[in-house]
Write a protein that binds this ligand. Structure first.
Ligand SMILES: [Zn+2]
Length: 700
């Protein structure tokens, strides 16, 4: 420990000479040591990154060259503490790269990304460092570590071992080769999917063919044509075109044509074909797993998941399948009957499903965004959402105008706990801008950890792209925006309420299939009358949101829910099939897909179409053997929320238990252990079935 402090001091004094005046390298003198956005300029980043990596390297060197034998403190803890300057520099940079970016920032990101890869590889492949980590890991039985310390040790060790640190020299070389191949294959897969999507378009010159589409979509299609130097309406396969055509286009042939184009991408030969890529990716992943001592890639991935093993994932997927299928069949029959009543002389096919479903939904529920928006004025919603945290956890939000921000629209709050003690800083950034990417997310500017007995509290941000106020109207949110706010705020609570010792285990640093519990559980409040009554008043008349409207929201949410569930299950089964292979697969890709998804099929089967060739989530994103986690998290959040339903949705005791056992604990223990402490038992699917209006008898 001492060595490290001396070393840090030297580094700072050298920095002081070379890099004077770079605020990223100085101690922040702002309230709560928040980031001095008003002082940081773009040119500060690159030298700060370089200096921070240098310091990190020196810290690692100090750990490796420590003459004393490896201990938990001098190796595992020292490693967790190392790189703090790099985190400090990365935090504003990468947050702003998403929420307030520009060409210069992008250029720095391009430059710094290979440096990061090299930097982290050098640490991960440092054999002397791994030898020390392994030395501590091998004595773990004698060390009398707390649960949190055991977790940190396991996570640190796995970080090396899962990347081949334990292999022989020969196998290490094979591992590196396979990894290199994997990154090429997945990159290529993703690019093919994107390019094939972008390649396809269709010019329409007869406007009648677009009958049924909303006016703004037709305008967009005309604009697309104009941009391409054509007259008419240019259709493509992007979500903004494909979704509306499937939902609204009266012309069945048009729907069919787009559907077929979309579901045959990257599989008909041609330069962007992905069929061979799929086999190679699945087989290479299997080989990597084998090398690391696992039968299949799914076995390898699931070790560090709440689900733990394949059997548990398949068990969940199958239970849901059995429970939802009868309802899904009923839903199909209802849409079919509705279609026939409206002149359809055919069996409803995949390209008819959205179209007739949407019409039936309109008829049944007569509900749309415009009806709800007047009740969800942003300022009121903020009071409601913050107020919910006050009701549940006793925490309060006090605006702090002395904290620097990166854009005038950003607000900052001091969050204090029930005893008035400082808990966290919270930044909120609600509206779209040039330079902000789409979507909504939570992140931290600084995470929480303990130094000795001092609790270093976190700084959290939530970023959204909500409807902006206009000159005549305040910001009025849609119902989806309200639930998105609650979702991200749930992640924020996980970040703000955390109380752990080690940074790499605190807050949202949990297993991937557990991280959506704190966020998704919050969405449950969105349709609770008791909650909405507290803030959802008409922005002009002050009238409370009508109970009938809330009921409609709930009912409409469950419309065709079983079919939606089966669709998610089909992707889950497909993902598990590709990643459970225990021998190289050289067979037909489409056949593999049809077999794995067969049990979920409700709509008539269409031959020669497939999902796999464009399933980027699993073949080029981070969801390999992980697609199930969407459903897993839903089961968890419904099951956890059922405790609130039983004890009262504002019940302080239930909230205290959720805070104590889940929100405070980060990833310090196995999520199932934490969950059972809150729930008293393992989760079941029953609460989700009830929430979705599925007859529970069907699950037996
Ligand atoms: Zn989330």
């Amino acid at each position: 420990m001492k060595t490290k402090i001396v070393l840090l001091m030297t580094a700072i004094s050298v920095t002081g000479m070379i890099l004077a005046g770079n605020p990223l390298l100085e101690t922040y003198k702002t309230p709560h040591q928040t980031i001095p956005f008003d002082k940081i300029k773009i040119e500060h980043y690159m030298p700060a990154f370089e200096e921070a990596m240098k310091q990190h390297d020196a810290e690692i060197k100090a750990i490796v060259e420590n003459p004393k034998p490896a201990t938990f403190e001098n190796t595992i803890v020292a490693l967790d503490r190392s790189g703090s300057l790099l985190t400090k520099v990365s935090s504003p940079f990468y947050n702003l790269l998403s929420s307030e970016t520009n060409d210069e920032m992008q250029a720095i990101a391009q430059k710094v990304s290979p440096l990061f890869t090299e930097h982290s590889n050098a640490i991960r492949l440092n054999e002397k460092l791994f030898a020390r980590v392994k030395a501590v890991y091998d004595m773990k039985g004698q060390l009398k570590l707390t649960a949190e310390q055991q977790m940190l040790l396991k996570k640190t060790y796995d970080g090396f071992a899962d990347n081949g640190a334990n292999l022989s020299e020969k196998d290490k070389a094979i591992y590196r080769e396979l990894s290199k191949e994997m990154s090429m294959l997945t990159l290529n897969f993703g690019q093919n999917a994107l390019k094939e999507t972008n390649k396809w378009n269709m010019l329409i010159t007869d406007k009648n063919l677009l009958d049924g589409l909303p006016a703004d979509v037709i305008d967009m299609l005309a604009m697309n044509a104009k941009k391409a130097g054509k007259t008419g309406w240019l259709l493509d396969l992007k979500a903004t075109t494909y979704g509306p055509v499937m939902k609204y286009a009266n012309n069945r042939d048009l729907r069919r044509e787009l559907y077929m184009a979309n579901t045959t991408k990257c599989m008909l030969g041609g330069e962007y074909d992905n069929l061979e890529n799929i086999r190679k990716i699945a087989n290479t992943r299997m080989k990597i797993a084998n090398l690391l001592g696992h039968k299949s890639y799914a076995d390898y991935v699931l070790v560090d998941r709440m689900a733990e093993k394949k059997e548990n994932v398949n068990d969940l997927l199958n239970k849901l399948l059995v429970a939802y299928k009868p309802t899904a069949e009923k839903e199909y029959a209802e849409v079919q009957a509705y279609a026939e009543k409206n002149g359809a002389y055919f069996k409803v096919q995949s390209w008819d499903w959205s179209y007739y479903s949407e019409k039936l939904k309109e008829e049944k529920f007569a509900i749309n965004d415009e009806m709800m928006k007047p009740y969800f004025e942003l300022e009121n919603v903020k009071k409601g959402v913050f107020g919910l945290a006050t009701k549940l956890y006793g925490i309060k939000f006090i605006k702090n105008n002395t904290i620097p921000v990166y854009h005038p629209e950003v607000d900052v709050y001091d969050v204090i706990d029930e005893k008035g003690k400082f808990l966290s800083v919270l930044y909120t950034d609600f509206h779209p801008r040039d330079g902000k990417r789409a979507g909504a997310w939570m992140n931290d500017f600084k995470s929480q950890y303990m130094v000795g007995k001092t609790d270093s509290r976190p700084q959290i941000t939530i970023v959204m792209n909500f409807t902006r106020p206009t000159e005549t109207k305040p910001a009025l949110l849609t119902y989806d925006e309200l639930t998105t706010f609650l979702h991200e705020f749930g992640h924020a609570l996980h970040g703000m309420l955390t109380k752990c010792t080690y940074e790499s285990l605190s807050g949202t640093n949990v297993y991937r299939d557990f991280v959506e519990l704190p966020s998704q559980i919050m969405e449950n409040w969105a349709s609770e009358k008791e909650f909405l009554d507290g803030f959802a008043v008409h922005y002009q008349t002050g009238e409370k949101i009508p109970a009938s409207l809330i009921k409609k929201i709930k009912d409409a949410e469950n419309f065709n829910t079983a079919n939606f569930c089966l669709r998610q299950l089909s992707f889950g089964f497909l993902d598990m099939a590709w990643h459970s292979i225990e021998a190289p697969y050289e067979g037909d890709v489409i056949a593999m897909e049809k077999t794995s998804m067969a049990s979920t099929q409700i709509l008539p089967v269409i031959n020669d179409v497939a999902m796999s060739p464009t399933f980027s989530h699993i073949f080029s994103g981070g969801y390999a053997a992980g697609y199930y986690s969407y459903k897993w998290a839903e089961v968890l959040d419904a099951d956890a929320y059922s405790v609130f339903v039983k004890n009262g949705i504002f019940d302080k005791k239930t909230a205290a238990s959720f805070r104590q056992n889940i929100l405070m604990k980060g990833g310090t223990e196995h999520p199932m252990t934490l969950y059972k402490r809150f729930r008293g038992q393992e989760p079941t699917i029953d609460a989700l079935l009830i929430r979705n209006g599925i007859e529970v008898t069907a699950s037996k």
